[in-house]
Write a protein that binds this ligand. Structure first.
Ligand SMILES: [Zn+2]
Length: 338
């Protein structure tokens, strides 16, 4: 089969790869219905994280079970399933506490920008739908695999509740779906920080009530102005840079909550500043598995349409163009059809 392989900075190739096989008896092999490019794939693409050797890339997926290992009990070939970027057993103490991305037996799922994918710990990792969903729901179900689940965790970890004032820092796909998630959780006011017109429009469609285009101190000042000098109850940091983190902490009210779900790159926090800010901090790799059943239900009931974040769809063989489009911010998120 052919799939995406990253060779180095700005060098993603569609090339021959070994077809995945059952390695452990707990594995499943999926035939992917769709896959996509993540904002976090841009870190190695831009050379900010190093690629030491050619590596199959991609970690968002949904599709049909092709084959299962001999110890897989809850899945069978032909089922439509969704999983996330860490495989988890869903039975250990960390999984039972809802932190499947810290599973004692977690394993990364990689190389998903391909027609076929091996998923370890299939029983714990994959969630099956009752029937094979209609094709137009596939983009939204794919979004649940990472960006929606991560946006949902951002809102949950920042204690979003009915009637609260929420700020979302970051207008990438995760930030936009964090807006959707906060709206679903009943936030009264959702302030999206964005300076790009098409993303502002999508943020509004997902439930943003206000847009702030200022950044840094001016951005914090504007949030304060919009909240009568108080700050936001919940701030969802969906970028992972020093600037976005400081902006998030600065926008929260004393006693407020800041979640952070963007992989941090160069973020350093000053203990004294944190001490006197009085904020709750909670973040990390989103335990998407915790939320998958609920998110799938909302999508199948057509209550949410997170698939709208995909503003570019390409055949998998054009994966390199998909990366370029996201790198140059011509696309919010690229869906790839194997
Ligand atoms: Zn576990």
């Amino acid at each position: 089969m052919k799939g995406a392989v990253i060779h180095g900075a700005r060098d993603v190739r569609y090339e021959e790869r070994a077809e995945p096989k059952i390695v452990e008896p707990t594995d499943a092999i999926l035939k992917l219905s769709a896959t996509c490019i993540c904002g976090s794939d841009l870190w190695p693409y831009r050379g900010i994280s190093q690629t030491r050797e050619p590596t199959p890339i991609g970690h968002e997926y949904c599709g049909i079970v092709e084959e299962v290992g001999s110890q897989v009990t809850s899945l069978r070939p032909g089922q439509f399933v969704i999983g996330s970027f860490f495989a988890s057993d869903n039975t250990c103490p960390h999984c039972l506490a809802g932190y499947q991305t810290s599973c004692q037996h977690r394993q990364p799922v990689g190389g998903a920008q391909a027609p076929m994918l091996r998923v370890p710990l299939a029983d714990g990792t994959l969630v099956a739908t009752r029937d094979v969903p209609s094709a137009e729901l596939v983009p939204s179900l794919l979004a649940a695999s990472d960006v929606l689940g991560t946006g949902w965790f951002a809102a949950d970890a920042a204690n979003v509740k009915p009637g609260k004032t929420v700020v979302v820092v970051g207008d990438g796909a995760v930030g936009l779906l964090a807006v959707l998630s906060a709206a679903q959780m009943g936030a009264e006011r959702i302030i999206a920080m964005s300076r790009h017109a098409p993303r502002q429009e999508l943020a509004r469609a997902f439930g943003a009530t206000d847009i702030v285009s200022e950044r840094d101190d001016a951005g914090i000042a504007r949030i304060k102005e919009l909240t009568r000098g108080i700050g936001a109850d919940s701030v969802l940091e969906c970028v992972g840079t020093q600037e976005s983190m400081l902006q998030a902490i600065g926008a929260a009210r004393p006693g407020g909550y800041v979640s952070y779900v963007g992989v941090p790159h160069g973020v350093e926090l000053d203990g004294q500043n944190l001490f006197f800010r009085h904020v709750h901090l909670h973040g990390g790799p989103a335990p998407v598995r915790r939320y998958l059943p609920k998110l799938i239900e909302l999508i199948l009931a057509r209550k949410i349409d997170p698939g709208k974040v995909f503003d570019l769809t390409l055949p998998l063989e054009q994966v390199a163009e998909g990366y370029r489009a996201m790198d140059e911010r011509r696309a919010i998120k690229t869906l790839l059809r194997p």
